[in-house]
Design a protein around this ligand. Structure first.
Ligand SMILES: Nc1ncnc2c1ncn2[C@@H]1O[C@H](COP(=O)(O)OP(=O)(O)OP(=O)(O)O)[C@@H](O)[C@H]1O
Ligand SMILES: [Mg+2]
Length: 335
């Protein structure tokens, strides 16, 4: 946890889906993390672990029927309790989000100028010309030198990479202090991914933005973030400084993810895999959610849920973290 007072505090966040005539389903069980001003936190985990829903809960953008519990506080103000006026202010000044697929979030029948100037015209009282005047330099800054021409174009006239830059511009134009980026480069080809990531990284440092970066790419997260939070089955199971994650990981799931990265083994060697399949939050009712796949689990792990406990430089939720230290690279057969 950080010594600086957090810009964002998420404490024991849970999300349940309520559907007519069916029992509520837990989608996120227990997520806790802080984010200091200017800090980047990578939220990593397998598909379905709850990363997107956790980040969406920060801006109260949950699917229909989903209800959250716990705390989401921005500068000490509970986002979940904000009324419409406060929420509008929070979303139009303090926090912004970039999504995986920009095409799904930009109206295809309106120009990019309409899309990008809207927050300034609707929430900051600027007229269209003033809004464009503020936009053009920002577009140039993020690698779009021909801004005036682009503002007259429609989304289908732009490549995926260019559209994602427009999405970044729309997020930055209100000068937020908190940026949520949910897999912002996953839909792009590799070279475009690098460009978009470089822009995000540069802008975050220049603007002292706090960044919650959601990704399944642990390598990328450790490269661009200060800290990493590892999520499994709707629960954050470990948090650590990015630089210390590889040598200091204490959760068997984190160790499994790190070992499964390509490029670290001998040429031609098979990559280690985590046996079994990822569990959803609603499938793990008791005990440690990772226990059924964990080479080190014992009886206690299957019945008692381990809390996320702070340690020297992070936090871990594993009953056996203290005793396992040097053993984490061993496989099920070796244990
Ligand atoms: N609108 C929804 N209705 C019902 N269940 C949902 C909805 N959105 C997400 N879920 C479920 O909630 C769980 C968490 O989903 P979430 O999208 O947060 O996962 P994720 O970690 O972002 O996965 P991915 O890496 O695939 O994007 C999953 O089991 C998912 O199926
Ligand atoms: Mg997701």
């Amino acid at each position: 946890m950080t010594a600086v007072p957090p810009l964002l505090r998420v404490e024991h966040l849970g999300i349940d889906l309520h559907r007519p005539r069916q029992a509520p389903r837990t989608l996120v069980r227990d997520a806790s993390f802080d984010l200091a001003p200017g800090e980047a936190l990578g939220l990593v985990g397998e598909s379905g672990s709850g990363k997107s829903l956790t980040s969406r809960a920060v801006i109260k953008l949950l699917p229909q029927g989903a209800r959250s519990r716990g705390t989401v506080a921005f500068e000490g103000h509970d986002v979940r309790a904000m009324n419409r006026a406060l929420l509008t202010r929070y979303l139009s000044h303090d926090a912004a989000m970039i999504f995986q697929n920009p095409r799904a979030h930009i109206n295809p029948v309106r120009t990019l100028g309409d899309f990008l100037t809207e927050p300034l015209v609707c929430h900051q009282g600027l007229n269209r010309a003033q809004a464009e005047e503020r936009l053009i330099p920002l577009l140039a800054e993020i690698g779009i030198p021909d801004g005036p021409r682009r503002l007259d174009q429609y989304p289908h006239q732009l490549s995926g990479g260019l559209l994602q830059r427009m999405m970044i511009a729309s997020a930055l134009i209100t000068a937020p202090r908190l940026l949520l980026a949910d897999e912002p480069t996953t839909a792009l080809d590799v070279t475009t991914q690098q460009d978009v990531m470089a822009i995000l990284d540069e802008q975050r440092h220049e603007r002292n933005l706090a960044l919650l970066f959601v990704t399944h790419d642990l390598e990328l997260a450790t490269a661009v973030c200060d800290r990493i939070a590892v999520m499994y089955a709707g629960t954050i199971v470990e948090q650590r400084p990015a630089a210390a994650l590889h040598s200091g990981r204490r959760h068997p799931y984190t160790a499994g993810l790190l070992a499964a990265r390509p490029g670290l083994g001998a040429p031609g060697a098979r990559l280690p895999v985590i046996p079994g399949r990822p569990a959803a939050a609603y499938e793990s009712h008791q005990g440690c959610p990772f226990a059924p796949r964990c080479a080190f689990s014992e009886d206690r792990c299957r019945v008692e849920r381990p809390p996320l406990l702070p340690d020297l430089d992070g936090a871990v939720a594993c009953h056996r973290a203290d005793e396992l230290a040097g053993d984490l690279d061993r496989t099920k057969e070796e244990v």
